[in-house]
Design a protein around this ligand. Sequence first.
Ligand SMILES: Nc1ncnc2c1ncn2[C@@H]1O[C@H](COP(=O)(O)OP(=O)(O)O)[C@@H](O)[C@H]1O
Ligand SMILES: [Mg+2]
Length: 284
Amino acid sequence: MSSEKALRWVFFGKGGIGKSTISSAVCCELAARGHKVLRVGCDPKKDSSSGLMGHRPVVTYSELYCAGKVSEDRLIMSNEYGIDCVEAGGPEPGTGCAGRGVSLLLDYLNESGLVRRRGYDSVVYDVLGDVVCGGFAAPMRMGFADRAFIVLGVDLMSMLAANNIAKAVARYSANGVTLGGLIVNRVRKADHAPLALFSSAINSRVIGALPDDPAVVSADFAGEPVPAFSPGAPFTAAVRAAVGRMLALKSCPRPRPMSDAVFAKFKLELAARARAAGRGRAPK
Ligand SMILES: Nc1ncnc2c1ncn2[C@@H]1O[C@H](COP(=O)(O)OP(=O)(O)O)[C@@H](O)[C@H]1O
Ligand SMILES: [Mg+2]
C-alpha cells in the first residue's frame, strides 16, 4: 500500500500512561493492514522503540548528531515487524533541554525528505509528557502531525495533562493538526461517567478504551509489541478496534480545552460525585 500523503499521527499523554506501549501496538496494526510504517520516538529516555526492537540497543539522533555521524542508515532501525524506528534521544538527565533533541530530529526528517523518498504510508510519533515544553510540541508546532491522540487514564493527573495537551493541539490547529480523540488506557467499568464528563468538557471523544492486561507486562518483559507477543490478548483486540476507528475518522471537532477556572469547577464536580458514591467506592 502506498498513498500520496503519509498518515501522520502523534500520541501524547503523561509519563507512564502507556503511550509507547499503545503507539507500538498501533504501528503493528497499521503494518498488518499493509502500511509501511515509520515510528518516531520523541522521549529523552530513548525507550520508545524498545518494545519494537527486542531490547536491542537503540541509536538516537542526538547521539549521532553529537558525534557528527548522522546518516539515514545509522539512524533508521529496522525490525522483524517491518516497522522502521527512529529515536530522538536527548541530553543526559539533569542537563540541557530534552525538547531540543526532538526539534533537531524533526528538522532532519524534514530536510532529508526521507519520509517521502522511502515511501512511508504512516508516521507515528510517540511524544513524552504533557507538552508544557515547546520542544515536545514540535511535531504539531512544525506542522508534522495531522492527528493527535491523547492517552489518559481516568485520574485527575492524566486529565490535567490531557487538558494541557488539548491546549497545545488547539494552539497549533492552524498548522493542520486535529485532535482525533482520547485513548483511555487501563479502563475499568466504573470509569464511564467521569470519562464522559471529561471528553465532553474538552469537546472530544473516546476513540479507544484499552483494558489493564497482564499480557502487556509480559510483552514488555519479552521486548515485543503486544500484538506480536499475544495476538489474542484483550489489549490487542481493543487496539485493533481502536485503529479501525482511527482510520475511519473523517472530521474531528476542534478541542475546547478547559481554562484553569473551568478545570477547577470540573474537579469540584468530580469531587461531589466521589463523595456521593461513598468512600471506598468508584464515583458514578
Ligand atoms: N493496558 C495495560 N495493561 C497493563 N500494563 C500496561 C498497560 N499499558 C501500559 N502498561 C505498562 O505500563 C508501563 C508504562 O507504559 P509505557 O507505554 O512505557 O508508558 P509511557 O510511554 O506513556 O511512559 C509499562 O511497563 C507497560 O508495560
Ligand atoms: Mg514512553
